[in-house]
Design a protein around this ligand. Structure first.
Ligand SMILES: [Zn+2]
Length: 70
């Protein structure tokens, strides 16, 4: 697999993930990812994206429950 931006080679590593959602911001420090050795572009694996989406969904649920009880 090569970088879409610069055709550089990708290395296994970790990268931070940021999500700006309604009512909260989520930052995960080290998500497993492929990182371009030339330009630093980050590619998350489907598996990691699934987990992040699950985490966001559960935070969405809990935060809307909190908002209702306020
Ligand atoms: Zn690149």
């Amino acid at each position: 697999m090569k970088c879409i931006q610069c055709q550089g080679s990708l290395r296994r590593g970790v990268a931070p993930f940021h999500a700006d959602r309604k009512g909260y911001h989520l930052v995960m420090d080290s998500i497993p990812a492929w990182v371009c050795s030339q330009c630093g572009e980050v590619y998350f694996e489907d598996k990691a994206v699934d987990s992040i989406q699950k985490a966001l969904r559960s935070i969405d649920n809990e935060s809307s429950r909190l908002a209702k009880s306020a």
